[in-house]
Design a protein around this ligand. Sequence first.
Ligand code: ADP
Length: 304
Amino acid sequence: TVTVIGSINMDTTLRLTKMPKPGETMHAHEIFHAGGGKGANQAVAAKRSGARTSFIGGVGTDSEGQQLLDLLTKENIDTSGIAEIEGAATGQAMIMVDAAGENSILIHAGANNAFHEQEVRKNKELITNSDFIIAQFESSLDATILAFSIAKNAGKTTILNPAPARETIPTELLEKTDIIIPNETETEIITGIRVTDHDSLVAAAEKMHELGIGTVIITLGSAGAFYHTEKEHGIVPAFKVDAVDTTAAGDTFIGALSSTLLPDLGNLKEAILYGNLASSIAVQSYGAQPSIPYREALEQSAVI
Ligand code: ADP
């Protein structure tokens, strides 16, 4: 069982040939709306890849909030931990994707920042009944820290996706983090080390171990993912695919990995391979949640 605590947004994706410059007006040739937010995306990925999943977060009392609740309910995700917060607007993201598949994202966090410790306390059982608790930095930090302490007190495994990046991560959160999963940019911001080769990856991972985290997984885009624990390290290469939109690649990776990882982390490499596979499917279609694959698609692929 996986519980994700974090952000939930209504995404508006606009497809354009190239990104507008400041002061420039441009036309988008396609627009669509879908569920998003790193937290909700990770929950959808965990559920679609096969885990029992619950989500803890906040939406507004507006129509977007209701639509997002309906979307997660349709996925059979436990939404009892979602607070409907009076006076807060549901989080929204505007995502621009250019012809090369690069994206630029603008977020209004709204209810994601209006969700605090008291809502976490109400959902203690969701946390203590889960094997893995996953959090990001797109919602209130106090809520995340409390969720991780409840998880650790109950002997559960915590996974931190430090995105969007923060230069300093509070010690109280680091000491409660078992697994950290940053991408290359986040790794550089946390450690000050630009990861360009094997040695720099090892150095960055060691720096994160020094912060108190036992397992480090650095996602490397089309190069796959690097893992580093006390016992072993290496790269699990990505699948070679034609990427059209990398939105939610990292979220899909994390959700899929957590859905198959054993609580003792004994199958770490296999779980990373599963994460690589799920995200390689996600980057081949547009949008965040619409592109996240279901277990059947993962099973049909010959490699697993
Ligand atoms: P984020 O989306 O958080 O920036 P990454 O870009 O590192 O994260 O991607 C996360 C994972 O998605 C990678 O570890 C890899 O498995 C997969 N992935 C990303 N881009 C590609 C790509 N172009 N081809 C194949 N797999 C990809």
